[in-house]
Ligand binder design. Structure first.
Ligand SMILES: NC(=O)c1ccc[n+]([C@@H]2O[C@H](COP(=O)([O-])OP(=O)(O)OC[C@H]3O[C@@H](n4cnc5c(N)ncnc54)[C@H](O)[C@@H]3O)[C@@H](O)[C@H]2O)c1
Length: 361
């Protein structure tokens, strides 16, 4: 059995992972500062985890001494690093804070792992929740079929209603699924830059210490339990909340923005598997459903699930800086390496999310 410390383990993904690992008999500890934007009911979350036998420390990843203490108290073999600020739009408003928590917080974790080793606790592996945001506009094919990474879209093009990804010469490209082995990272937001920096820091900072780094780049994770109160993350829970509030959904661009929605239990299963794997994969793995869905279509699915009028959405043509056009994962490497495959269909997942949001709102 393993001893696993999860930073950010009170959050959407982290709480479910903590319960999954502890249900399988592993020793689990959580280190989380219970960020108010994410946690409307922090006591309830802590209680639920403690009742499942999870050790809980309220702490900030910027506090190296507290991190070291949590690692040694848990006698951690493994750390799953999920603590982060996660809002793409908010990262433009709070760039220093995003760099502090996501980048400096990861550096502090590396130092804490070294300090814990000096106190007799040997961490063997660190797993990171990376993000597909690091790809920016991601992999595309050009007119002669070559796979290249699109450049960030220009505000002038978007304002003119031209939403297509382009190459450096302004030629239109056809998006295809991205994969860590071949798609060159090109972060298009401050959040995305901090997520890429986390990857670099962990790979570079742990290598000399003999600690394994394992990175999963997650697509859009959704499902029961995603904060309905955080206005900055989780487009499907934001839609559910807005529809239940009686609002009309504002669908950006032409509605054809495409995302790969992966259900939270499928993501948890991938992390759980990666903890238990004897040999850590060298390669970064992409985790998603492997299927694209347009924002217009998922909005229609939610409206139908709630039994609302079809006119409860408006395609506005508005756009946001840092929003990317097409995000779909090639999950074949994860399926091969982890022996994992996503199980929850989009319609089942949306049904579960909508029912839960209706009961919770
Ligand atoms: N949800 C997604 O769609 C998605 C996609 C790609 C990557 N990720 C990554 O997965 C991880 C978990 O995301 P989530 O959706 O569960 O988010 P979440 O906001 O629900 O969870 C993050 C947790 O980190 C905690 N936290 C924030 N700042 C902290 C700090 N300074 N010190 C300690 N704890 C802190 C929060 O209290 C929260 O419990 C993040 O690293 C995120 O970047 C998520």
């Amino acid at each position: 059995m393993l001893n696993v410390l999860i930073t950010g383990g009170a959050g959407f993904i982290g709480k479910r992972l903590a319960l999954s690992l502890s249900g399988a008999g592993h020793g689990v500890a959580v280190f989380d500062n219970l960020q108010p934007q994410v946690h409307p009911d922090p006591e309830g979350t802590v209680q639920e985890l403690r009742q499942a036998g999870v050790r809980f420390t309220v702490g900030n990843v910027l506090d190296g001494a507290a991190l070291t203490e949590a690692i040694t108290a848990a006698d951690a073999d493994m750390i799953v690093h999920l603590a982060a600020e996660t809002g793409t739009g908010q990262s433009y408003e709070l760039p220093t804070h995003y760099c502090d928590v996501n980048v400096t917080g990861t550096a502090r974790l590396i130092e804490a792992i070294r300090a814990a080793r000096n106190k007799g606790t040997e961490v063997r592996r660190v797993l990171l929740a990376g993000s597909r945001a690091v790809y920016g506009e991601g992999a595309c094919r050009d007119a002669i079929g070559r796979e290249i990474t699109a450049v960030p879209r220009l505000s002038a093009d978007l304002a003119a209603g031209d939403f297509a990804p382009k190459d450096t010469r302004g030629c239109r490209l056809d998006p295809v699924p991205s994969r860590a082995s071949t798609t060159v990272p090109a972060p298009a937001s401050i959040y995305a830059s901090t997520k890429l920096m986390q990857e670099y820091l962990l790979r570079q900072g742990l290598e000399q210490s003999g600690v394994e780094a394992a990175i999963l780049r997650l697509q859009n994770v959704y499902g029961v339990g995603q904060s309905l109160y955080n206005p900055y993350t989780g487009v499907l829970s934001i839609f559910a909340q807005q529809l239940l509030d009686g609002q009309t959904l504002n669908i950006y661009e032409d509605g054809e923005i495409t995302r790969d929605f992966v259900y939270v239990t499928d993501v948890v299963a991938a992390f759980h598997r990666l903890c238990e794997l004897a040999d850590v994969p060298n390669e970064t793995l992409d985790i998603g459903s492997g299927q694209g869905a347009t924002i217009f279509n998922v909005a229609c699915m939610m409206i139908a699930e709630l039994g609302l009028d079809k006119d409860r959405l408006k395609i506005s043509g508005q756009f946001r800086p840092g929003d990317i056009r097409f995000a779909v994962a090639d999950i074949s490497a994860a399926e091969r390496v982890l022996g994992w495959t996503p199980k929850v269909s989009l319609s089942d997942g949306i049904g579960a999310l909508v029912n839960w949001a209706r009961e919770t709102a």
